[in-house]
Design a protein around this ligand. Structure first.
Ligand SMILES: [Zn+2]
Length: 324
């Protein structure tokens, strides 16, 4: 709440309150965990030590604009350390049987942060730091990223790692400009990085089909020990920053699909983007309900533009590496 990005910035403290309202209204029994700041050694599994040191100094000096989108104040340092520590802390608690689903409702978000650069409102890559923590324990980790933007930092972190599967569905042609269908990983990680770009005005019909026809079969075959969701809600129709037409029920549907293929207690949802407060609240509630309620009621999907061609192209590429 003290990570102040400036007046009028969409990535603002009220987002956390909205997401927490959604989680609390989901009807689930919720247990809170407040993580300690991450030790530097946890951050440097993903980030360049000189970048970590420079960011600490920048914040200590009062902060300011890092780039056109990304800002920090003094308190941002501790916020970023706690956001990065939250995923590992939640996973450790869940490994001891604490919960059926983890939800890291933290900011700043993370999936754009790279090895040596803050960008796109992100300081440290929270989901990547968590995946590195789980990898160090010998676990196989799948990351599904349904934020409307491509998670360039996450992709780069594990591009040649066969034990981390990264799958992103995102709007093509918008920030940060990465996430081509042809970026499929390299070396031992070939086929373990999958991008599914979609055009503006894509709605729930495409996302539901992509989840059923591509993401669910691939994640099932990968057989992850842990499933992490980079859960931005900026693909929602009401979001001011992007141009897709998802509704809260679409996130619930996707969560329900993924929950059906992994063991309880092995999945953690990470808040990424999402800038309309009502959409954040409703979509966060739907994510938790869809994940945990075996009788989750399916809302009819929104139509959106015709996207068969995009689904066929993605199926061609994904099908080179996985049985569909
Ligand atoms: Zn986003």
């Amino acid at each position: 709440m003290h990570h102040d990005t400036g007046i009028g910035h969409p990535e603002r403290p009220a987002r956390i309150e909205a997401v927490v309202r959604g989680i609390m209204n989901s009807g689930s029994l919720v247990d809170h965990l407040s993580p300690e700041p991450a030790p530097i050694e946890l951050l440097t599994t993903i980030h360049d030590p000189s970048y970590v040191g420079a960011l600490e100094q920048f914040c200590a000096a009062g902060g300011g604009a890092i780039d056109a989108d990304t800002a920090a104040v003094s308190a941002s340092w501790e916020a970023a350390l706690r956001a990065a520590a939250a995923g590992p802390a939640v996973c450790d608690a869940m490994a001891a049987g604490a919960a059926d689903l983890g939800y890291v409702a933290m900011r700043p978000p993370g999936h754009h942060a790279t090895h040596n650069r803050a960008m796109g409102f992100c300081l440290f890559n929270n989901v990547a730091v968590t995946a590195a923590h789980l990898r160090a324990q010998g676990s196989r980790v799948a990351i599904v990223d349904w934020d409307v933007h491509h998670g360039n930092g996450t992709q780069a972190s594990f591009y040649s790692d066969p034990d981390v599967l990264y799958v992103s569905i995102h709007q093509q042609g918008i920030y940060p400009g990465t996430g081509s269908l042809e970026d499929v990983g390299k070396d031992a990680g070939l086929g373990h990085n999958l991008n599914i770009p979609v055009p503006a005005r894509t709605g729930g019909t495409f996302y539901r089909r992509a989840m059923e026809d591509l993401v669910v079969p691939v994640v099932s075959q990968f057989e992850p020990d842990w499933l992490l969701i980079s859960s931005g809600y900026d693909g929602h129709a009401d979001d001011p920053l992007a141009g897709l037409e998802l509704l809260a029920g679409d996130y619930g549907y996707m969560a329900h699909q993924l929950a059906s293929i992994v063991a309880p207690g092995s999945s953690v949802v990470f808040l990424e983007g999402g800038y309309d407060l009502d959409a954040l609240e409703a979509a966060a509630a739907a994510t938790v309900q869809g994940w945990l309620d075996p009788d989750y009621p399916i809302d009819p999907a929104t139509a959106g533009v015709s996207t068969d061609w995009y689904l066929e192209r993605a199926t061609d590429v994904v099908g080179r590496f996985w049985r569909l």
